[in-house]
Ligand binder design. Structure first.
Ligand SMILES: Cc1ncc(COP(=O)(O)O)c(C=O)c1O
Length: 598
């Protein structure tokens, strides 16, 4: 910037002019002053210019700031609008949730009422139905036949009409979980596919309206069916002959061990022990005790199979038999079965095959090839009758050559095209039950085997294994598989990891009910902590399996997001969590005499 001349400079010039005359001095001074003023003006002009450009610059900045402020205000406004919008949405969702909760509550109250109101309670609230004419003519006619003192003056039947009774029981039936309404992946005690056509066939007059006391000549068809079914089962299992008498798997076991006992006794051996694996079904040790043997438990190895060294240490000349389930209850095939057979047979023991779940081996291998001496099959699992709820069932028993003479009587045999009951067996353990077993179950099994044939039965086996392994591989990263590797028809998970996060196998199983699926078998086999045993069965679709898998994953997530609900589940049934121990120990089964109702 230009230097502004100062007064000192001017004084110096004044002093110079004093030396060279007065007028000259003045004009010189004037010109200096003028020059000074011109210079001053130039400088001030420059300053004004600078200030103006600064002002312009500031104004520009100001405009930019104003524009930014405007934008920010707009953004704030937008955010406020969005917040209002979200608040509104939240409110709507809350209202919706409330509505759904109310609906759910009403539904379960409705179910509750349905369950809690017994037909007697419903009936008592009403006037007597006009269907029964107490004092009318219909009774007078009865008095002609029966004496008056045979009539009760009061009969506490519910006062309801036919429609109301039908509706009552229909409502109750809809509260049921059944294999016809829901996916039922119950391991071991499986509810399998039971074609309705077989129910129809078992209900045919010729089957359902005959009586076991009829002359054998009149019931040749039924006897032929029993005989032929036995033959088919022999083909499937490789055993010599079958008795179709036993009514359940457990009774089949009893039958088998009684034969084994008699077999040893008839040779003068009072053997005392039966070996079972630690993964065995509970009926196995129970049967051993019922037959008067002592149970020796052989432990499983790291692969979940019979520990061969442990077995060797248990087997001796007192070993009457080993009872094996193969595939075992971990869903694994006992691959050392040949060694097991040799160890037991060499010591004079026999091999009992618990074939309750035979579906994964159909058409692939059989107990005779594995070296078993006696086998039971649950027709009410593998062959068309659903298992569960106490029957009716058929735990048919097949034997190899050694035990042929020990089968229960009567057997159905054939001679010259005629079928007859044969009681003539040298060492028979005798009759196990009345007549000849649950005939309707036998009809279903016979129809099932004929319908599927060899190829169909093999397909059953392959699909049962495929389905179980699809579930195993899909869930193994979520639920621990304690004995990894390919499984057979069922897979056992452990919910230990879930238990560490607060949810037990019980909670997970119960929660499945809210998603319309029956719980898998829980806490079995006993050697797996927090066990869930899943058998999808051979006939479920991929969509159903995918729904189960997705739900199991969802439940695993719920442990972190909604554990309270999980612990309270099921939330959608008429009865929620019950005290199962109390229900088992002090069952309250009588409506009229329970303390609660008095
Ligand atoms: C392996 C095994 N053995 C024996 C049984 C006993 O059969 P049941 O219930 O017919 O007596 C079962 C029943 O599910 C089973 O899974």
């Amino acid at each position: 910037m230009d230097q502004i001349p100062n007064q000192d400079n001017l004084k110096d010039k004044d002093s110079l002019s004093a030396d060279s005359g007065q007028s000259q001095d003045f004009s010189e001074k004037e010109s200096y002053e003028q020059e000074y003023l011109i210079e001053q003006k130039r400088i001030l002009d420059q300053k004004e210019k600078d200030l103006q450009s600064k002002l312009d610059e500031l104004q520009q900045n100001n405009q930019a700031l104003e524009a930014r402020e405007l934008k920010l205000n707009q953004k704030i406004q937008n955010l406020q609008d969005r917040e209002d919008n979200l608040r509104q949405q939240l409110l709507e969702l809350k209202n919706k949730q409330q509505l759904l909760e109310d609906k759910l509550k009403k539904e379960s109250e409705k179910k509750d009422n349905l369950c809690q109101a017994l037909i007697f309670e419903k009936g008592q609230a009403k006037l007597r139905s006009s269907y029964v004419d107490q004092s009318g003519n219909s009774l007078k006619e009865c008095y002609d036949v029966f004496s008056k003192d045979m009539f009760r003056s009061k009969l506490d039947l519910p006062n309801l009409g036919e429609l109301e009774v039908i509706r009552h029981f229909n409502c109750l039936s809809k509260l049921n979980f059944s294999v016809d309404t829901n996916f039922y992946p119950l391991g071991s005690c499986t509810m399998k596919y039971s074609p309705k056509i077989n129910d129809y066939l078992a209900g045919l007059d010729g089957f359902s309206n005959i009586h076991p006391y009829q002359d054998q000549k009149d019931i040749q068809g039924a006897l032929k069916l029993i005989y032929s079914l036995g033959q088919l089962l022999s083909k499937i299992t490789g055993m010599e002959r079958f008795s179709l008498q036993p009514s359940s798997g457990a009774q089949g076991e009893l039958c088998g061990l009684l034969m084994i006992k008699k077999f040893h006794q008839s040779r003068g051996n009072n053997k005392t022990t039966v070996i079972i694996p630690d993964s065995a079904h509970g009926t196995n040790p129970a049967t051993v005790s019922m037959c008067g043997f002592k149970t020796l438990v052989v432990k499983s190895d790291a692969k979940g199979l019979v520990d061969i060294d442990a077995l060797k240490s248990l087997v001796d000349d007192q070993t009457a038999a080993i009872m094996l389930t193969n595939p075992n209850t971990l869903g694994l095939f006992e691959e050392n079965i040949s060694d097991i057979k040799d160890i037991v047979h060499k010591n004079g023991g026999l091999l009992y095959y618990d074939g309750a779940n035979f579906n994964p081996l159909l058409g692939i291998t059989n107990p005779a090839l594995m070296g078993f001496d006696v086998v039971h099959l649950n027709l009410h699992k593998t062959f068309s009758t659903p298992h569960g709820c106490g029957g009716p069932g058929a735990g048919v028993v097949g034997v190899g050559k050694k035990l042929l003479e020990y089968l229960p009587t009567p057997l159905v045999l054939e001679k010259n095209g005629e079928y007859y009951f044969d009681y003539d067996l040298k060492h028979s353990i005798g009759r196990l039950r009345s007549f000849y077993g649950n005939f309707g179950v036998l009809v279903r099994a016979y129809a099932y085997i004929l319908r599927l044939g060899k190829e169909g039965l093999l397909r059953v086996a392959l699909n049962s294994v495929l389905n179980a392994n699809y579930i195993r591989t899909s869930l193994k990263d979520y639920y621990q598989v304690p004995f990894p590797g390919v499984c057979m028809h069922e897979v056992v998970f452990s919910c230990s990891k879930q238990a560490e996060r607060g949810a037990l196998a019980l909670d997970i199983a119960k929660r499945l009910i809210d998603y319309d699926m029956h719980p898998p078998t829980m806490y079995f086999p006993l050697i797996v902590k927090e066990a869930l045993m899943v058998e999808p069965t051979e006939t479920e679709s991929k969509e159903t399996l995918d729904y189960f898998i997705a739900t199991m994953k969802k439940i695993d997530k719920e442990i972190d997001t909604d554990i309270d609900n999980l612990k309270k589940s099921p939330l959608t049934t008429c009865v929620g969590r019950v005290d199962e121990v109390k229900a088992a120990r002090t069952p309250d089964l009588n409506f009229f005499f329970s303390d609660k109702k008095k």
